[in-house]
Ligand binder design. Structure first.
Ligand code: NAD
Ligand code: NAG
Ligand code: NAG
Ligand code: ZN
Length: 489
């Protein structure tokens, strides 16, 4: 971890050198960024008029704001072929019955075949649950919960993308809280948002996409069908016991799954890097158990997020255009883990908030390359389509960070003013999405102007993420973001 952080610091520093001389008060932009996030540094002894004048309205220190943050992540094991070791892990842990979660598609592929062989070689007793729904919903979660309440496994293995890992987390949670009904732990105000109080069983997460970072986080996302939008369950104790990051497992992804899952990495890193600083988030918890998993940007998450952004920008187009570019694919699965560590603690904001109704309200959209028997807007696509509008709008809250991001995309920011940050980053993202053949906005996903209200109303209650926006949102602001996302090119 030390080496990785150091690399991240260096890449951050070189990324911002071009912008370095803009602020005579804190010459390298990086030191300004870090200072801004150090508790107590916001009001130190000289005036910051020139970099506060753009964001006065958004960053006044509030008395009830938090003053601390906490970093949590799963243990991660990275390496080509490490999937083979999982059987031995479970044997070492003396597990008697393991529930192996996957989807019908991944069940036929290399990662799952390798896993089954590993369990058999180690003599581990297991049962397979392969009914995971791609882009899971409350109904598919309930099916998985019923399965494990009947089978009573003492450990979980999830082999698949975010859909599989998230389903295993939820099944594990409700297995260990037999007295709770389904909404108990779901984010408030949609569910009751209770903190998890019993220990859960160990889950070994084996991602087969390079996207969600779910192997590192305590987050589980599903489509809540009564409301037609996604929501989630978020608690540190849902973090996998171990994340197996094996670059051999993503080789069979169709190009469109590379893109969609990779765009999730892009938005995780951009949103967490630009999230409200942790020491501006309110309310300050009275008891540490109430401190949310998504706490706002902070100096440790920043390192992971900015590095993930760079890796994604440099490697996703290569992974998409050339299925044999294993180097780029390896960088992408690493980037998804980096971004997971960053956003899993800092949080994501408006692209994710807007994506929940955009995904949940799907009508007839079929994404190329996705082998599924139901209509979905893949998660990464649903987050990326609003990114040009979102970052244009959030830029005034932390213009320097938006300019740093733009520089990583290759934008020339040498003479850029703070007021240009939004348009410059927005254009850079737009170009990036175009190269990846991302559909042209939410109209290409089947939405018409009549759907604006539905999308805004489905985003408003997503407090877990909307409260991470560096600029406070209201109905009108969301309406403008949706309007601007119907077409993006
Ligand atoms: N828990 C979190 O922190 C978190 C974060 C972001 C997104 N999510 C959720 O994760 C889900 C999306 O997950 P995802 O993007 O990883 O994709 P996914 O799990 O939905 O899978 C997408 C498709 O790719 C296929 N696939 C997966 N791995 C493959 C492989 N190696 N080879 C060939 N095909 C493969 C699957 O069968 C499926 O058809 C969404 O529900 C989203 O909301 C969760
Ligand atoms: C900062 O500026 C304010 C006016 O905007 C002034 O009242 C105050 O004295 C200044 N503080 C310092 C330390 O210069
Ligand atoms: C960046 O833009 C400035 C003018 O704004 C120009 O002088 C410089 O040559 C540009 N750099 C590159 C690499 O295009
Ligand atoms: Zn995501």
């Amino acid at each position: 971890m030390a080496a990785a952080s150091r690399t991240a610091v260096w890449s951050l520093m070189s990324a911002v050198t071009a912008a370095g001389a803009r602020c005579p008060c804190h010459a390298p932009a990086v030191s300004k960024v870090l200072k801004r996030h150090a508790p107590g540094c916001d009001n130190h002894n000289h005036n910051h008029t020139h970099h506060n004048h753009n964001n006065k309205a958004f960053s006044t220190q509030k008395e009830d704001a938090d003053y601390a943050f906490e970093m949590a992540t799963s243990t991660i094991r990275y390496g080509k072929g490490v999937t083979r070791e999982v059987g031995m892990d479970l044997k070492n842990m003396k597990m008697k019955k393991v529930a192996v979660f996957t989807d019908v598609n991944v069940a036929q592929l290399y990662p799952m075949k390798t896993m089954i062989k590993s369990l058999e070689d180690a003599g581990v007793h297991y049962v397979v649950y392969d009914r995971v729904r791609v882009e899971p919903n409350d109904i598919s979660f309930q099916d998985a919960i019923a399965f494990v309440r009947k089978e009573r496994p003492d450990a979980f293995v999830a082999v698949g993308g975010g859909s599989v890992i998230d389903t295993a987390k939820a099944a594990n949670l409700y297995l260990c809280h037999p007295e709770e009904d389904f909404l108990a732990f779901v984010n408030s105000p949609i569910g009751k948002g209770k903190p998890v109080y019993n220990a859960v069983k160990p889950l070994i997460a084996v991602p087969t996409t390079a996207g969600t970072g779910s192997e590192t986080t305590g987050v589980s996302i599903f489509d809540y069908t009564p409301k037609n939008f996604k929501t989630g369950i978020a608690h540190r104790s849902l973090k996998p016991f171990l994340g197996i990051v094996d670059p051999l497992n993503t080789r069979t992804m169709p190009p469109q799954v590379h893109v969609a899952s990779g765009l999730d990495v892009l938005c995780h890193s951009l949103e967490s890097y630009t999230a409200i600083p942790y020491n501006e988030r309110t309310p300050r918890p009275k008891n540490p158990i109430e401190r949310p998993a998504y706490q706002g940007s902070n100096p440790i998450s920043d390192m992971w997020s900015i590095k993930a952004l760079k890796m994604c920008i440099d490697n996703l187009p290569r992974a998409y255009k050339n299925p044999d570019d294993h180097k780029a694919q390896e960088q992408m699965i690493l980037a998804s883990t980096f971004a997971g560590i960053g956003f899993g603690n800092a949080g994501v904001h408006l692209c994710h908030g807007l994506s929940y109704p955009i995904a949940g309200g799907v009508k007839n959209y079929q994404h190329p390359g996705y082998k599924v028997d139901h209509k979905i807007v893949p998660h990464g696509i649903s987050v990326a389509v609003s990114a040009p509008a979102v970052f244009k709008w959030t830029a005034p809250a932390c213009a320097d960070r938006h300019l740093e991001a733009a520089a990583l995309f290759g934008a020339n920011i040498s003479n850029a003013k703070q007021a240009d940050a939004g348009p410059i980053l927005s254009d850079a993202i737009r170009k990036f999405l175009h190269v990846l053949d991302v559909p042209n906005g939410i109209s290409a996903l089947g939405y018409t102007k009549d759907d604006t209200k539905m999308i805004v109303e489905g985003t408003l209650p997503q407090h877990r993420v909307t409260k991470m926006s560096p600029r406070p949102v209201d109905y009108e602001a969301l309406e403008r973001l949706v309007e601007a996302s119907y077409t993006i090119y």
